[in-house]
Write a protein that binds this ligand. Structure first.
Ligand code: M3P
Ligand code: FE
Length: 373
């Protein structure tokens, strides 16, 4: 049997897994019990690597290593009129209802496989309930539970079946005063396109419903915090978010930070304001034409616009802000860039805040700055 050691492994103490290149013919001739794909031609070599030590449990939140938080899973908000809110999110936004009970409605967008990306719960006031992010591996929950507990925040385990459409999760308060949930297992309800030879359009239209905004998916959310710096440190150091952009005041303090896990400009952003506040949650649209069409749909339905259509300096995204009929701010968002984990943070200074947030207008309006739920 001939076996030679890869030159890359020779003498290199930093190489943790030894690579061996094996001559398949020699292996076959030796009668060794080898597992070869049928029809493997003669003259083939096979590269074998010693398994790496199992380190997935600790790899979870190391930036750039698979595992840890994947993306936003769902936003849970309270509404003062469940029927009105459900009507808006289905008949204007174009989401579909996946579950409903006496106190809540669960909705998802057309390209989302998971059970829901928005939960509307009836309450006497409009507000923020929690933000749920999805983790890649089940043991990410244990690891992040430990990290959050070590930071000093009590963590609650929510058992399978206690929350509609999902398995076990963990919940905790963040330093920005928000309840955050991390979940691994979410019921896959699928889409109406299927996963075998899916059609790109129906009757010449996008898969969403015509005449409605019909975003394919939820994209990000923006929360408010009294201490943006402290909140950001928690989301980065404890939960593994990476900062794509930051807005600094004249003393170098963070007024806003944009944080990602999904190689998009942001999955979560934090701006200065009241602890526990929700500035908006945002839907992804595929391109600028869809943003323009969304503006038509909003105008047709008499929905109050806040800002836009316009463009952000931060994230480079194209955007419209508007309010649902109960007063929660929504955004539709497209564009931006694709940051890798080694993306160097972009900094904006307060004297450029207008262009940072609304690049075309170059200024912010009072309502945008002050209204949150
Ligand atoms: C975004 C975004 C604020 C900036 C918001 C920016 C509230 O929503 O998607 O980049 O100052
Ligand atoms: Fe946004």
């Amino acid at each position: 049997m001939t076996a030679r050691t890869s030159p890359y492994a020779a003498g290199a103490s930093y190489v943790r897994s030894v690579t061996t290149i094996r001559d398949v013919d020699a292996l076959r001739d030796s009668g060794a019990d080898i597992d070869l794909a049928e029809g493997t031609p003669r003259g083939t070599t096979r590269i074998e690597r010693a398994p790496r030590p199992a380190s997935r449990a600790t790899a979870g939140t190391v930036p750039g290593v698979a595992g840890g938080i994947l993306r936003l899973s769902h936003v849970d908000v309270t509404v003062t009129d469940l029927d009105l809110a459900a009507a808006y999110y289905t008949e204007v936004m174009g989401m579909s209802v996946t579950a409903r009970d006496a106190e809540a409605v669960y909705l998802k967008c057309w390209d989302e496989e998971d059970h829901h990306s928005l939960k509307l719960r009836y309450a006497p006031r409009v507000g923020f309930d929690l933000m749920a992010y999805k983790v890649q591996h089940e043991d990410d929950l244990d690891e992040l539970e430990n990290k959050v507990a070590r930071y000093g925040m009590p963590v609650q385990r929510v058992g399978r079946g206690e929350s509609v459409g999902q398995g076990e999760s963990i919940r905790f308060d963040t330093p920005s005063g928000h309840i955050m949930e991390l979940v691994h297992e979410v019921e896959k309800v699928g889409t109406n396109r299927g996963r075998v030879n899916p059609a790109l359009s129906f009757d010449g239209h996008q898969p969403g419903q015509t005449g409605l905004i019909s975003p394919p998916r939820m994209d990000h959310m923006l929360i408010t915090a009294e201490e943006v710096g402290e909140a950001t440190q928690f989301y980065t150091d404890v939960l593994g978010f990476r900062i794509t952009e930051q807005l600094l005041d004249g003393n170098g303090h963070q007024l806003g930070t944009w944080l990602e896990r999904s190689h998009s400009p942001h999955d979560l952003a934090v701006v200065h304001g009241t602890n526990g506040g929700l500035h908006h949650f945002a839907y992804w649209l595929d391109d600028w034409d869809d943003v323009r069409d969304a503006a038509d749909v909003l105008a047709y339905n008499g929905i109050q616009l806040d800002v836009g259509p316009t463009r952000h300096g931060i994230t480079r995204g194209s955007t419209i802000y508007f309010f649902d009929p109960l007063g929660t701010r929504n955004e539709v968002f497209t564009g931006g860039y694709r940051p890798d984990p080694d993306f160097p943070t972009i900094t904006w200074t307060e004297d450029n805040i207008g262009r940072a947030v609304f690049y075309y207008e170059g200024q912010l309006n009072d309502r945008f700055m002050k209204v949150h739920t």
